[in-house]
Design a protein around this ligand. Structure first.
Ligand SMILES: C[S@@+](CC[C@H](N)C(=O)[O-])C[C@H]1O[C@@H](n2cnc3c(N)ncnc32)[C@H](O)[C@@H]1O
Length: 284
């Protein structure tokens, strides 16, 4: 699987001024302000790191982003290695940690190293990873007394809006067939929804007018150049139709996807734990 460079990530880091790439955890039903997002993201990290016992002997953090959580685990004296397939994240991790960390610049699907871990931690990375292969790799890399801790969005149904996330029923079935006990630790949908509502309002207030203005300006400047050749005129007409349709679709769908109410109807944000079932014992 090819390594990637995530430009949206760069945009996020430059605008939010936070190097945490997960949603915020805040009081259900209370609107979240833009300025409070980094604190809510920190509260999310507090919640997840609080679930890790101090005596954990080895951790693999899968999809470590810019290494914010990794650094915290390291400061707490926990032996952690981290992984991301992204090239920009690799550069950030190398700058942040130098040689003080083992970083695997690969997808989890392609990870091929010796050793096992007592904890595999996935904060908002599970949805990116092919389900069956992810569970094979968890079996391969987990110690017999180990566990996988996941925090992510799970679809409740097969609607297309959240199709980049796994369907909860599929996860439960697949974890069983790979010999895991799958336990729901907590449903934190209500704590995540304020961040989604905030993102929806930022999209409507800033993204839509900025994108539309830039697009309008680009079309205007092409018009001013008076394209004379017929093939170019045709190409422009075709191109514009497609972009118009894409923008109209995005402007209609993105607010829906980000709306907390719509999200809560079709998806859940769950903290989940997987434990390997001992040989010969059926999964619960
Ligand atoms: C939303 S970010 C979360 C980052 C970090 N865990 C955090 O909470 O800030 C998703 C992470 O998953 C990584 N990722 C994407 N596809 C992956 C894959 N196939 N295997 C492992 N990690 C992947 C991304 O590069 C990124 O680091």
């Amino acid at each position: 699987m090819a390594l990637k460079r995530d430009f949206l990530l760069k945009l996020f880091l430059d605008t939010v001024k936070s190097d945490m790439l997960h949603l915020g955890y805040s009081a259900p039903g209370q609107p979240l302000a833009w300025a409070d997002l980094p604190a809510a993201q920190l509260a999310y990290e507090d919640r997840m790191v609080g679930l890790i016992p101090e005596a954990t002997s080895s951790i693999l953090e899968v999809g470590c982003g810019t290494g914010h959580t990794t650094a915290r685990l390291q400061r707490q004296g926990l032996p952690v290695q981290c992984l991301s397939p992204d090239i920009l994240q690799k550069e950030i991790i190398e700058k942040k940690f130098g040689r003080s960390i083992v970083f695997h610049n690969t997808t989890f699907e392609d990870l091929d190293v010796d050793g096992r871990y007592q904890l595999i931690l996935m904060l908002e990375s599970f949805g990116y990873i092919a389900l069956e292969r992810c569970l094979e790799q968890c079996r391969r890399y987990l110690t017999a007394d180990g566990r996988v801790l996941i925090a992510d969005i799970f679809r409740q149904d097969r609607n297309r809006e959240y199709k980049s996330f796994h369907v909860w029923d599929d996860v439960v079935a697949a974890t069983r067939s790979h010999g895991f006990e799958c336990r729901l630790v907590e449903d934190i949908t209500g704590n995540i929804v304020p961040t989604l509502d905030l993102a929806a309002s930022v999209y409507a207030q800033f993204v839509v007018p900025i994108v539309d203005t830039l697009y309008g300006a680009a079309m205007h400047s092409i018009d001013k150049k008076k394209l004379k050749k017929l093939p170019l005129k045709l190409a422009r007409a075709l191109f514009q139709k497609k972009i118009d349709a894409l923008l109209a679709d995005a402007h209609q769908r993105v607010p829906t996807i980000l709306s907390g109410d719509y999200f809560a109807q079709h998806a859940r944000y769950l903290i989940v734990e997987l434990r390997p079932v001992a040989e010969g014992r059926p999964a619960a």
